[in-house]
Structures are given as structure tokens and as C-alpha cells.
Design a protein around this ligand. Structure first.
Ligand SMILES: [Zn+2]
Length: 119
């Protein structure tokens, strides 16, 4: 699957969460994790973008922290306006990565498929 398409499914996932229809299962239902997070986080477009593995430096950290500190539920989803704001941050961040991948694909004149990432 091409990286742009993977990240677009992540945008869709966060849109469902913002709409109150979806939940966040972390690694288990994160489209890029399912492909790139085998045993370690490797080659994910999010890690390429932030320069950090395991979604460090992305808005996922504040979302997760808020879920644990404010709600402490098994299911991570929108429970309050702050949740919605943090989910929106994550959604916008996924869009930013899609745009970035598209811009890079445009430069190379290809569709974003490239070799293994340098680490
Ligand atoms: Zn909340």
C-alpha cells in the first residue's frame, strides 16, 4: 500500500473519532502502525516526518496522556471537548503528513513509493 493512502486512512480514522463514531485502539487500529509497527516502529511516514519513533513528537502524546489522566477508560474515544480538540490536532497532523508526502511524491514525479527509510 502506498504511504499516501496509508496516511489518508489515518486521516479518516481520526475524522471518525472527532465525529464521535470511532475509537482509538492505538497500535491495533492505526493504519500506519499495522504496516510499520511490526515489533519496532520502523519506516512509518509519521516517524519519518517527526524524526521520532513511536509517535513521539506528534499530537498523539497529548491525546494519550489526556485519555489516561482525564478518563482512564479502556476505550479511547471522544469523551469531552478537550478530547475532541486533541483528536482534531491528530487529524490535522495526519493531513499535514499526507500533504508533505504528496509534495515529495510530486518532486520525484512518483507516487510516494520509495525504498527503505534511512534511520
Ligand atoms: Zn477528554
Amino acid at each position: 500500500m502506498n504511504k499516501i493512502r496509508v496516511m489518508e486512512s489515518s486521516v479518516a480514522k481520526w475524522q471518525r473519532i472527532i465525529d464521535g463514531k470511532g475509537t482509538d485502539g492505538g497500535v491495533l487500529d492505526c493504519p500506519p502502525c499495522r504496516i510499520y509497527y511490526l515489533l519496532v516502529c520502523y519506516g512509518c511516514p509519521i516517524a519519518d516526518f517527526t524524526g521520532n519513533k513511536f509517535c513521539k513528537g506528534s499530537p498523539y502524546g497529548p491525546w494519550l496522556r489526556h485519555q489516561i489522566e482525564a478518563h482512564d477508560k479502556l476505550v479511547k474515544r471522544v469523551y469531552c471537548p478537550e478530547c475532541r480538540r486533541l483528536a482534531k490536532d491528530m487529524h490535522d497532523f495526519m493531513i499535514e503528513i499526507v500533504e508533505d508526502l504528496k509534495a515529495k511524491a510530486g518532486e520525484k514525479g512518483r507516487d510516494g513509493e520509495d525504498g527503505p527509510p534511512r534511520s
